[in-house]
Design a protein around this ligand. Sequence first.
Ligand SMILES: N[C@@H](CCC(=O)N[C@@H](CS)C(=O)NCC(=O)O)C(=O)O
Length: 339
Amino acid sequence: MGFNATGNIAHASTSAAQENVLEWVKKDKRRMLHVVYRVGDLDRTIKFYTECLGMKLLRRRDIPEERYTNAFLGYGPEDSHFVIELTYNYGVDKYDIGAGFGHFGIAVEDVTKTVDLIKAKGGKVTREPGPVKGGSTVIAFIEDPDGYKFELLERGPTPEPLCQVMLRVGDLDRSINFYEKAFGMELLRKRDNPEYKYTIAMMGYGPEDKNAVLELTYNYGVSEYDKGNGYAQIAIGTDDVYKTAEAIKLSGGKITREPGPLPGINTKITACLDPDGWKSVWLLKSLCFCALCLRIFTFHKKLHEHIALLICSRHLRVLEGKSDVEAGVCFFYVNLNRT
Ligand SMILES: N[C@@H](CCC(=O)N[C@@H](CS)C(=O)NCC(=O)O)C(=O)O
């Protein structure tokens, strides 16, 4: 009797804690930070993205000890935009993109003009401009030098031109449920296209015209895809990687890296797989990605000082109430004893 009563109390408090963490997910201010994939020639891709797609090279970092280089590209600074993180592994010039990865979406004001420019620069257009099958939005598809597809979508001006990552999934309701519960994403739109035998779900942290979203595509009857080895993951910012990992486990996701500090970089991290095996990495939002903070971080790390508590100019504006930038995103804290 006594045993049962204790057991019940323990069970009740565990499920209350579980409910709490899932409630917390809904309140955590999350943002899609970047999408990571591998390319065979960094300079070739940077040239294509800057000349044909109008992106800016935001930064580049070489990690010779681990034999890779990263380049970050996008349409605006990393602390406020969804960006691309390219990985070049020394000596690897080709990747298998697989059948599961779909495309990256880029919103442009004039698809035809953009396609003309891409053609003039020697880029590969795989689908000419015109209304999407079964809809009215003007789209086109192009391929980058490694064969990654980009869908150009005609839209008015937007703060976030890099607007979609499309991944194919084997069970759309299972994925929607997972991304809502574990990731705290909102189902922004679901559209069935029976004529072409697929259904899509747009999932994200805010309206599609202002935020990058995950476009999940279900093709009737296809429950599994080969994922290749080119596409890697999306990274999402959170205020607590420990609670994030707990919520993912509770929602049936698999944690592939237990939450904890990431040596060498001033952040904490956890990583997971969704029900289809698509990977996401979660980063604590305390690392400011602005160029100034990254330079200061590198500088102080080199000096081996004990503790540096630095606040970038943008965060100072937050403190003064002159900016609505999420508090925390620009807060830069380095404890060099731990890194
Ligand atoms: N079977 C397609 C289903 C998804 C799909 O068709 N998406 C639309 C865009 S939402 C598309 O690519 N349409 C091609 C077209 O309109 O030419 C796939 O797996 O990529």
